[in-house]
Design a protein around this ligand. Structure first.
Ligand code: LFR
Length: 478
């Protein structure tokens, strides 16, 4: 494929992918070349990345990409935020933890002993999430692991290091650590010192679009490349890449990046770090081109996928678990009101039996619990849609913006019931798509860096390419 000279490596909640892409005449074309499992590993009590098999699989995927497109010039890597590996002398120390691991509460306690929540927010502008890197680091410090390490690399940066030999911290993902200043976008050295974290633990920052380094000679040989290939920084936080690919136009649009999580908010120019924003638990995450994603991390389709997993597990031969499509059709047909619960309750974060946890939540809150599987599905989607509407109403108030259109991107944009319920609950127009927003945003930032689109293109120019390349589906409030 002569035009597909860029590769996106996207490591998602259940799988990783390598996708080739390229922009010709203002249109982005993509070709998936590899998909492999990205399943967290339980080792005893603790939950880890399966980082070794992941690196082997993505390397095989990159080899296939180079085979299929020998003119490949650039690779960009993204994944979920906050997780990292610790290193000493360039060697990984231990197996990176998964953020759904149970250790984080201790970290929250330790950090808050030194820095109160409101002060932390004033520094980093982040929504309190128990898994933010700063809390994970506090656990590592207490257990002595940090004394052994001389570096921490966020997961996409760790992979870039293994590919290139260069260490850096990509800016959008850095903004989720809790250690980056929301005011000047640089490391919060004083805060790190107060928390007993070494100031050079995280390497220097690179911005999306900047080169990280060329594939090292041994990696070039192993991947079968004949020309030098650049690893380019992209929005390595998957949500940063996804929001690049939201085809919004103008100030009156909101986005929902809907997948395992739902990231619900607005793109703004300057952070909102008021006490009201903190109380409402909004975050100011760093985006591509210096933008701020003012959003709230609401739970997501994780509730549905974990429920499906549970039903699969419960199924006997006599009582076969229904497939998702059938359940969604049954859920759509339900006319009586179903339970609306708080999908962001902490009890839903660890893997496990979601239908039971949902019923427990309902009983504790005096709400009639959902009984059948279809009712559980409907209750999940209804609750997500209600949370989306509530979150956007709060975002409007906190920013003074007014939302007319909600863009849903990611896996959730394919869920017609969720999209329709979002329109119903918000009373606003919903535009759904593209599904592959994260990979698209990853590729577009590379395309600009590689000169496939004008190097002066703004985000709104890149979004014009998204509109020219991918359809959207409209949902009006019913
Ligand atoms: C989405 C995401 C969210 C982040 C969560 C944990 O995949 O990156 O933005 O809050 O995962 O890292």
């Amino acid at each position: 494929s002569p035009d597909l000279t860029l590769a996106a490596v996207d490591l998602g909640a259940t799988s990783g992918r390598v996708i080739l892409g390229g922009v010709t005449d203002g249109v982005l074309r993509m070709k998936p070349v590899a998909r492999f499992a990205n399943v967290p590993q339980l080792l005893g009590e603790s939950m880890h990345w399966n980082i070794q098999s992941l690196f082997a699989d993505l390397s095989t995927g990159l080899r296939e990409a180079i085979l299929s497109s020998p003119g490949l010039t650039s690779i960009g890597i993204d994944s979920w935020a906050v997780d990292y590996g610790l290193l000493r002398d360039g060697v990984l120390l231990g197996i990176p933890h998964h953020y759904r691991d149970g250790r984080n509460l201790r970290g929250v306690e330790l950090v808050h002993e030194h820095v109160a929540p409101d002060e932390l927010f004033a520094h980093n502008g982040l929504q309190h999430l128990d898994f933010n890197t700063v809390f994970q680091f506090a656990v590592e410090a207490e257990s002595g692991f940090l004394d052994l390490a001389d570096r921490a690399l966020l997961i996409p940066d760790l992979i870039a290091f293994w590919l290139t030999g260069q260490m850096s911290t990509e800016l959008t993902n850095a903004s989720t650590t809790g250690l980056l200043s929301v005011r000047d976008g640089d490391w919060e050295l004083a805060l790190m010192e107060r928390l007993g974290l070494p100031s050079d633990l995280l390497p220097g920052l690179v911005s999306p679009g900047e080169p990280i380094g060329e594939l090292s000679a041994p990696v070039t040989a192993r991947l079968g490349a004949s020309e030098p290939i650049q690893v380019t920084a992209v929005g390595s936080h998957d949500t940063a890449s996804a929001v690049v690919a939201v085809p919004m136009e103008g100030q009156n649009c909101a986005f929902i990046s809907s997948g395992t999580w739902s990231l619900v908010g607005l793109e703004i120019d300057a952070p909102v770090v008021t006490e009201e924003a903190r109380q409402a638990n909004f975050t100011n995450e760093g985006g591509v081109d210096g933008t701020i994603r003012f959003l709230k991390n609401v739970s997501g389709l994780w509730l549905l996928s974990e429920s499906m997993r549970q039903w699969e597990h419960d199924a006997t031969d006599a009582q076969r678990s229904s497939d998702l499509e059938t359940l969604l059709a049954e859920a759509a047909a339900i006319e009586a009101p179903v339970a609306v619960f708080d999908p962001s309750d902490d009890r839903f974060t660890p893997p496990g039996d979601m239908p039971t946890r949902i019923r427990d939540w309902c009983r504790e809150h005096g709400v009639e619990p959902p009984h059948t599987r279809a009712e559980v599905v409907r209750s999940i989607l209804e609750s997500l849609a209600a949370a989306y509407a509530k979150t956007l109403a709060a975002a409007e108030k906190l920013t003074g913006r007014s939302v007319e259109t909600i863009h849903i991107v990611g896996g959730g944009s394919q869920n017609t019931l969720l999209c329709q319920l979002t329109a119903n609950h918000s009373g606003l127009r919903v535009l759904a798509g593209p599904v592959e927003a994260t990979a698209i945003g990853n590729l577009l930032v590379q395309a600009r860096a590689a000169g496939q689109v004008d190097e002066n293109s703004s985000l709104s120019d890149l979004r014009q390419i998204v509109r020219a390349s991918f359809p959207v589906t409209e949902y009006l409030p019913g």
